[in-house]
Design a protein around this ligand. Structure first.
Ligand SMILES: C[S@@+](CC[C@H](N)C(=O)[O-])C[C@H]1O[C@@H](n2cnc3c(N)ncnc32)[C@H](O)[C@@H]1O
Length: 314
């Protein structure tokens, strides 16, 4: 069997397996293929009737023509196996990202589709940005937030399109504050709340440089905080440069200062080599690594993120 046939077989198997699992879970967006074969360093996600296909950059022994043929066959295989027309397969080349290039616009189709996750609806845009608007690797973390949020004051830092806020609101959070630097993402977060019928005056969405915002002496307290910062950030809109390995202790400390007693902060990072400097964290907290509980079963890459639950003692 050649490489392309092996890929077709693997995809067939995974599409069938994950499809069944997703139907049972009530989700329409999930990972089908996660760079399972070294010959095919691709990540294939299904979003409803669409496919989002990302290829990792690598050293290649193919010339341009061979590569184009290779890609053509892959698209055909995906289209046949996943029963999605070719024009609904969105292809993205993904080089390792640094700084803000991850958040730059690639196109301007403005085409949004709706996907479902655990009874909630999310708007995703598969073409215009490198990311889609919904990070699938945090599906279980979002479910945790829903479980924890009944009657709670919820703070979502580096909120992107507000998916954690939607879950918190659905879980009965008493109030929420959603902060991000990008107006585009904050408007998207508002639409995500709207489409679920969860918009309310107590769910506030605001533009802020979180690094600056955390420097100001806290006025309010929260019972539940999600802090999911980018690995690096040096946006023109920000005063400081963020380097999560270097800066995480200060960020977590500032987050803990905003927690009510008995409150919980969920901290997450996508930096593969990240090491939590636990001995430098403030006193009076309990820290638990919850990474294995938060990686969904459709992710074969168990290092997609690392996550901790930090509880402030009563
Ligand atoms: C990794 S994403 C967060 C993902 C989000 N928690 C989720 O699961 O959907 C990082 C976000 O941080 C935002 N960001 C980067 N630097 C920021 C800053 N200094 N203040 C506020 N937001 C920032 C970006 O606009 C982006 O939306």
């Amino acid at each position: 069997m050649n490489d392309q046939e092996q890929f077709a077989n693997r995809l067939q198997k995974m599409a069938k397996h994950t499809g069944k699992w997703a139907r049972r879970q009530g989700i329409t967006c999930y990972r089908v293929y996660d760079a399972d074969l070294t010959s095919h360093p691709l990540v294939i996600d299904r979003y409803g009737d669409w496919v989002h296909l990302a290829e990792y950059k690598r050293e290649m022994d193919m010339d341009e023509r061979e590569y184009r043929t290779w890609r053509f066959i892959i698209r055909q295989t995906i289209s046949e196996v996943m029963e999605v027309p070719n024009e609904r397969i969105i292809f993205k080349e993904r080089a390792p990202q640094k700084g803000d290039s991850q958040y730059e616009k690639r196109a301007a189709t403005g085409k949004e589709i709706q996907v479902q996750e655990s009874g909630l609806t999310f708007l995703v845009n598969l073409e215009d940005y490198l990311d889609t608007g919904l990070f699938l690797d945090h599906r279980q973390t979002r479910a945790m937030v829903r479980e924890l949020s009944q009657g709670k004051r919820f703070l979502n830092l580096f909120a992107y399109t507000g998916s954690f806020t939607v879950y918190a609101a659905a879980g009965g959070a008493r109030s929420s504050l959603t902060l991000d630097l990008s107006n585009t993402y904050l408007e998207w977060a508002q639409r995500n709340l709207d489409v679920n019928g969860l918009s309310a005056p107590e769910h506030v969405i605001e533009r802020a440089d979180v690094l600056e915002w955390l420097r100001v002496k806290p006025q309010d307290q929260w019972d539940l905080i999600v802090m999911d910062p980018p690995t690096f950030s040096n946006s023109k809109m920000m005063r400081a440069v963020l380097d999560i390995q270097r800066d995480h202790v200060g960020l977590i400390e500032a987050g803990v200062m905003r927690l009510a007693r008995g409150g919980t902060l969920i901290f997450s990072t996508n930096l593969r080599k990240f090491k939590l400097e636990e001995d430098r964290l403030p006193e009076g907290i309990q820290v638990k690594n919850i990474t294995s509980q938060t990686i969904p079963p459709d992710f074969r890459n168990k290092k997609i993120h690392q996550c901790w639950m930090i509880r402030k003692e009563e």
